[in-house]
Each structure stands twice: as structure tokens, then as C-alpha cells.
Design a protein around this ligand. Structure first.
Ligand SMILES: [Zn+2]
Length: 454
């Protein structure tokens, strides 16, 4: 079938000069057939999550995941595999994290990077409930000093884009401990970042400032946040107890694991696809970001399986330390900032193994228009939406490069993602085989399109 009208439209200005070719059509079909008919990513995810488990930066499990990733990259057909060394932080949750309000136990877990409670023993104090950092700053000091601060602003349920709802609430997790200490508080409890009304706390990164005392910080489940707020409202003299023995273990060397397919026409120009190998240390990091890891590994296998010969050099990158520092992403960008080899495009899968809906793009206008022009052709694969904006944490430092690479994010359906995110529910059993396979094929397809049209 020929499309003369479309062929007339192929000549956009700029680097992305073609729209969609018959060869793209054939390759897209072959990639999806291979992914759905002979897919290996689901079993790879089982190996990663059930064989190795969660894998926080600096942990022995993250070492094991790096070795496993290098093996699979080689098995899936990389021309070469190398490790880019990265110094990462190391922190452990320890064995103790408990909280209660008077006689009522509260389901909590330490936020990543938190200090323990003093002497690893229970810290007990009255509690004040706020909607967020701004509300806390407005309270008179005698209402906050010596208290445990409960940050209880939910993710906005009215936003369709759950990532935006997360972005609108996560400041209290990242900076809650700093704000609590500035107000004279002794600890921070942060309502879990999820739309789900559930009893599992969702952890995540938190930070301290050099000039502010360090107070312990923990996530509390959404059910318990509500119960605690009701208890405090009923009797503001009710006291909360919190005990944690987490530890900062310093730093150590791990690294990004990178598989290479050498380009035939532009070997010094790189197009990267990646996910992050590290995960939080509760659950199994199945959606976040085991899915992105196996999408990356499987995309390599799929391109090999259909006999695809890339024009640019392709990097399949398993990043380290996305969750608590993004040092892997920063190291990768720094390595190609002014080298002979430069990154011209990068894609990330770090939004879960859920059914793919399309792609986000962080790029110049004409590149955004290029992606939009592809949507009619991507529609048969269910990839019918594009959004201009955030593409991924690991690849975001590449934005500093000149010229700026095209950055693309796989955009799966996000409505259930935060049910699992950073919690004990982020396990292999909550990833759907077929949805995962569709994501892998979508990644392979977009990398192939970038390679053809950049
Ligand atoms: Zn992630």
C-alpha cells in the first residue's frame, strides 16, 4: 500500500526529517510480534525480582543486579557491555521502625536517608497536623516546637495525570524533615504518596540541609495518616511515639551497566534507552523500575531478533542510584558532555510496567511535532497519546548538553502506578505479562524510529 499524500509530507525541516516509512511499518509489526509471541521480559523480571529482590544503591543486591544485567545484555546480543563506575550513597533501613499514638499502632516506614531516632529508642512527643510545608510555616512556634509534625496533604485526586498529582504533593516528603526542624519539630511523619487508601507506607527519598538540625522522618500509610489526624483532632494532647534504627553507611562504588550496539552510519552519535537498576528496599522494585530494566533488555533482544542494524550507536543503559541521588544519570551525562561521542537522543522507561499509552517528549518544538505526526501510525499499537514534558529522571541531566538531545519517556497508563510505587506492593505479582511485553515493544519501536529519523 502506498501513501503518496503522506510521502509529500515527509519533508519537515530539521534533524527529524522524515515522518514514517514503509520500512518502519514492517519493523514495527515485527517488533510487536516478537515481543508478544516470544517475549522474554516477563521471565527476566521474575529473575530480577524473585531471584535478587529489592536493590537499594550500595546494597549487595544492587551488586548482584549489576552482574545479572551485564549477563543479560550480553545474552541479548550487545556488541559489548561495560560498567561506568558511579560512587553511590549507602543507607540501611535497619530492623526497627514502629510508631503509635497512645495505644494505637501506626503503620510507618523510614524515609530513605533518614537519621534514626535518638539512641535508636522511642521518641515521644505531641503531634501537630498540617496540610503541607506552607501551612507549617504559618503556625506560631508554640504550636510546633517539640512536636512531631504530620504532613497530611493528599495527592490531588482531581488531576487526571497521576504523575502531576505526585509532583504536587512530594515536596512534603523531600523537604518535610527540613521544614519540621525549622519549626522546632522533633520528627516528621509524611502521608504516603499514593491515591490508594491503604495500610502500606510508601517510602521515598528525603533530604537534609546543612544549616538545619536533622530530625528523623517516616512515611505513614494513608489509612493511618487519617486515623492519626482524627486522634489529634479529638485530643491535641495525644502523644505519638516513633522509633527507628536506620543508618547512613557512607558511600561506595557501583555503576551504570551499559550494553552497546555499534552504529553503521553514525557510530559517534548515541541514542540511549534505559531504566534504573536500583530500587527502594521494600517490595521488589517490580514496577519501579524492574519494568524499565527489562523493557531495556528486551528492546535490545527485539531489535536483534528482527535483524535490525542501527545507524547510530545504541546504548542500553541500566542506571544506578535513580531513587536517592540520580548519581548514575549525572555520571552518564557527564561522560558524554564533551567527548567525541555525543548523545543525540535518549529514552527512559520509569513509569511502570503498565499498559503503554504513548510517549512524553522533552525537546524542541519541531521534534514534538515529529512525534505528533507519528501518532496515526502508532495508534494500531495503542500508542495514541503524546505529551510534551517530563521524560525521566535518569536522562534529565542530558538536557544540559548542547545541542540538546531529544528526550522521550515511555508513558504507560498511570492510574494504578502509585498504588505500588515505593511500597511493599511493588512486587512481581502486580505486573501483568502482556502489558509488560507491550511496553518493551514500544520502547524498541521508539528507539528504532529515533535511529531512523534523527
Ligand atoms: Zn523509578
Amino acid at each position: 500500500m502506498t501513501r503518496p499524500l503522506l510521502l509529500c509530507l515527509l519533508a519537515l525541516n530539521g534533524p527529524l526529517s522524515a515522518q514514517w516509512a514503509e520500512s518502519d511499518q514492517a519493523r514495527a509489526g515485527a517488533l510487536f510480534e516478537e515481543a508478544l509471541g516470544n517475549g522474554e521480559c516477563y521471565e527476566r523480571l521474575r529473575e530480577l525480582t524473585k531471584g535478587i529482590g529489592h536493590r537499594l544503591s550500595g546494597s549487595p543486591e544492587a551488586d548482584a543486579a549489576m552482574a545479572w544485567g551485564a549477563e543479560v545484555l550480553a545474552a541479548n546480543g550487545a556488541d559489548s557491555v561495560f560498567v561506568m563506575p558511579v560512587i553511590v550513597p549507602s543507607w540501611t533501613r535497619g530492623t526497627l521502625c514502629s510508631a503509635s499514638c497512645e495505644e494505637m499502632p501506626l503503620r510507618v516506614t523510614a524515609l530513605g536517608g533518614s537519621d534514626p531516632t535518638p539512641g535508636d529508642s522511642a521518641l515521644e512527643a505531641p503531634c501537630v497536623v498540617v496540610r503541607g510545608i506552607e501551612e507549617l510555616a504559618e503556625l506560631p512556634r508554640d504550636q510546633t516546637e517539640g512536636r512531631i509534625i504530620l504532613f497530611n496533604r493528599p495527592m490531588d485526586p482531581l488531576l487526571i495525570n497521576t504523575g502531576s498529582a505526585y509532583g504536587g504533593a512530594v515536596d512534603q516528603r523531600g523537604r518535610g524533615a527540613i521544614a519540621a526542624a525549622q519549626a522546632g519539630g522533633v520528627a516528621a511523619l509524611v502521608r504516603s504518596m499514593t491515591h490508594a487508601y491503604d495500610t502500606v507506607p510508601h517510602t521515598g527519598a528525603m533530604y537534609y540541609a546543612d544549616t538545619v538540625p536533622r530530625v528523623p522522618a517516616a512515611a505513614i500509610s494513608t489509612v493511618d495518616a487519617r486515623l492519626l489526624a482524627q486522634h489529634i483532632e479529638a485530643d491535641p494532647s495525644n502523644r505519638v511515639s516513633l522509633a527507628m534504627n536506620c543508618r547512613d553507611l557512607g558511600e561506595r562504588e557501583q555503576g551504570n551497566v551499559i550494553g552497546v550496539l555499534r552504529g553503521s552510519e553514525r557510530p559517534h552519535e548515541i541514542i540511549a534507552l534505559g531504566g534504573h537498576l536500583d530500587s527502594w528496599d521494600i517490595g521488589e522494585g517490580a514496577h519501579d523500575d524492574g519494568a524499565g530494566v527489562v523493557h531495556t533488555l528486551e528492546a535490545l533482544r527485539l531489535l536483534r531478533a528482527i535483524g535490525y542494524q542501527p545507524r547510530h550507536t545504541l546504548h542500553f543503559v541500566l542506571f544506578i542510584n535513580e531513587e536517592n541521588g540520580n548519581r548514575g544519570g549525572k555520571a552518564y551525562a557527564a561522560a558524554y558532555a564533551d567527548a567525541n561521542e555525543r548523545v543525540v537522543g535518549a529514552m527512559e522507561s520509569d513509569a511502570g510496567g503498565l499498559v503503554p499509552r504513548g510517549f512524553s517528549i522533552d525537546a524542541e518544538l519541531q521534534e514534538v511535532e515529529w512525534l505528533q505526526s507519528l501518532l496515526p501510525f502508532l495508534e494500531p499499537y495503542g500508542l495514541n497519546s503524546s505529551r510534551q514534558g517530563w521524560a525521566g529522571v535518569d536522562i534529565s541531566p542530558l538536557k544540559e548538553h548542547t545541542p540538546r538531545p531529544v528526550l522521550i519517556g515511555l508513558m504507560p497508563d498511570g492510574q494504578r502506578y502509585f498504588d505500588y510505587h515505593h511500597s511493599a506492593r511493588d512486587v512481581f505479582e502486580n505486573v501483568h505479562k502482556r502489558e509488560l511485553e507491550l511496553g518493551a515493544a514500544s520502547c524498541a519501536l521508539m528507539i528504532m524510529l529515533l535511529d531512523q529519523h534523527l
